[in-house]
Design a protein around this ligand. Sequence first.
Ligand code: BGC
Length: 357
Amino acid sequence: MRVPNYGMIHFLLRRNWMCRIRLALTLLGLPCTVASSGRRSPIACSSFPPFTSSATARPITSSSCNLYLTSVLTMPTSAVPHSKSRCPQYPGLNIKRFPVPDNQVDWSQNWPEYKPVSHTDSAVAKKPAWADPEIGSFSPNFNTVDGSVDRTSFEGSYKVENGKPLNPRGRTGLTDRGLLGRWGPNHAADPVVTRWKVDAKGAKIQHPVTKRPILQFVSIKRKDCGQWAIPGGMVDAGEQVTLTLQREFSEEALNSLSLSPSERAKINERITTLFKSTGFQVYKGYVDDPRNTDNAWMETVVVNFHDDSGDSVSELPLHAGDDAGQVKWADVDSSSSLYASHSHFLELVAKERKSHW
Ligand code: BGC
């Protein structure tokens, strides 16, 4: 199990200068907020193969900056080659990847015959705010926080070849960015908001088979693929991950985008207590996402916010918004089929909370 250390604190701080200001203000006992706007890059759906965890996360409470100084559950080790990132058919398009067998995934394998397909989606090429321009027309500073864009990877330092970053998990059969906006890591954040399932008297309901209390989480039905998922999304440029977690939740599960500024402020006030008080980091790292390419890939931070007494978020009416078609409290149960690797994230939460799975 990895324990919080100064290296990790330094890493969390250097991810965003705004966090430093927030931390300084916190130490001085002053409140602070950071505004943001933006949108996500296009999404594709698929289920992920199971992967293993190597550590147990621990809850951390912080007054303002929400530093999740927890141990980290890791994605499948690099020993397990990514597979969705090599799915033969690139999502949403009639584009086929160059087939990459397991033994040729690693860049260290010399493979002169490797002729990956090059593709950048037209939505990305149009240069929306969430996407980078073409390499050549700008020179990104990889492996650093580059202006407002975090180009560091949870995987450590990644290689850059001919000006383009190389996927740290190896070949994917497709070069350039595909559907992803950023060269290199594309950062997402996934808030797992949970409560206990209770009966009419407020007593926890135990599962008849496992005899463990049942957790419920806020689940959204994605408009793009119709799959149920955690209401996560992309971290906007310059945005602190803690803010992304709260923003995505309020946009997708509370439909805050459709509210007036004063109503939105009220909702935010309600959920801020939960999002700023307790959370434990369930996972952070590479995601074996079908949109990944040789030069662009998904990474995410998953954080669990638990409404233990059921009087915080649990009391708010859920309304689907933004990329979500429907929203509901769903039981955390191993039989649910969820988008991407989200089911695995819930398994980790259930383990941590000693709930039914
Ligand atoms: C989704 C997240 C997901 C991530 C990696 C993002 O686009 O919003 O929920 O974890 O991609 O697949």
